[in-house]
Design a protein around this ligand. Structure first.
Ligand SMILES: NC(=O)c1ccc[n+]([C@@H]2O[C@H](COP(=O)([O-])OP(=O)(O)OC[C@H]3O[C@@H](n4cnc5c(N)ncnc54)[C@H](O)[C@@H]3O)[C@@H](O)[C@H]2O)c1
Length: 256
């Protein structure tokens, strides 16, 4: 487990992963740290973020926890100041934190709609804006945005969420174009059904799995592998891309 055995593909990077206290973000943080990045576990669940950071350090890698509510601009600015104090300027940002309210179009309230857009879209926009200052200072940078198959195809019962995940794709592509000349890449991951707390709530597992061409849930570690590819020089010619990690879910018109 020690760093001596790890491939140090991300050494020299300071990475912020939002929503890294659990689920997909946690897996990405662990993978990035194992590959040599110094990682900030940024989440509004500070106790869980502390535990994840501690476990990463116990494995011989570098990580520190930090509180942030990405829906609050002053929190995001404070996060940047804290990260600079600990590790210096950020070269790698994973915008992963999101809320996933299961509400259909006829039941979603104004407040829930606003909260979902504010967190998922405005929070991602603002984290990107704030940490871009570090990347411009460094003359290099890499931003990964966590969308979803729901950003490409509508799923009933997730009305506001679907809209935010589609908006994130256009945000990323616009940023990718505008930042390409500044040595900053921006890409999107579109996961399918990944085994985290979100999927654990699915009522009819047999039916859900039958709809997935690979007939199983994805694992957070598999999304982390996609994130590592996008974060590393292996994807040096890739920007403005949407990479699915979905067991084929997004490719089909109807389940066979
Ligand atoms: N699990 C899936 O099947 C799946 C599929 C497609 C996309 N995704 C996306 O992957 C990302 C992670 O999903 P997950 O399944 O790991 O979710 P999760 O709910 O297990 O974890 C999300 C984390 O984000 C944090 N968070 C939420 N709001 C925050 C805020 N305002 N500020 C800071 N932190 C906040 C939570 O505390 C939590 O630790 C999300 O963007 C989600 O939309 C997940």
């Amino acid at each position: 487990m020690g760093s001596a055995n790890s491939v140090q593909e991300l050494s020299g990077n300071v990475a912020v992963v939002t929503g890294a206290a659990q689920g997909i973000g946690e897996a990405i943080a662990r993978r990035f740290a194992a590959h040599g990045a110094r990682v900030i576990i940024a989440d509004k669940q500070l106790d869980k973020a502390e535990r994840v950071a501690q476990e990463i350090r116990a494995a011989g890698h570098e990580a520190q926890p930090a509180y942030v509510d990405i829906a609050e601009p002053e929190n995001v600015r404070a996060l940047r100041a804290r990260v600079r104090d600990i590790y210096g300027p950020v070269s790698l940002l994973v915008n992963n934190a999101a809320v996933i309210p299961f509400q259909d179009f006829l039941s979603v309230s104004w407040d829930d709609w606003e909260r979902t857009l504010r967190t998922n879209v405005s929070g991602t926009f603002y984290c990107s804006r704030v940490f871009l200052n570090d990347m411009l200072e460094l003359g290099r940078g890499n931003i990964i945005i966590m969308s979803s198959v729901n950003g490409l195809r509508a799923q009933t019962g997730l009305s506001a969420y679907n809209v935010t995940k589609a908006a994130l794709i256009m945000l990323a592509q616009t940023m990718a174009l505008e930042l390409a000349g500044r040595n900053i890449r921006v890409n999107v991951i579109a996961p399918g059904d990944i085994l985290t707390q979100v999927v654990e709530n699915v009522e009819d597992e047999v039916k859900a799995l039958a709809n997935i061409p690979l007939h199983r849930w994805g694992r957070p570690e598999e999304v982390a592998e996609t994130a590592l590819f996008l974060a590393s020089a292996r994807s040096a010619y890739t920007t403005g891309s949407v990479i699915a990690c979905d067991g084929g879910l997004g490719a089909q018109l109807y389940p066979s």
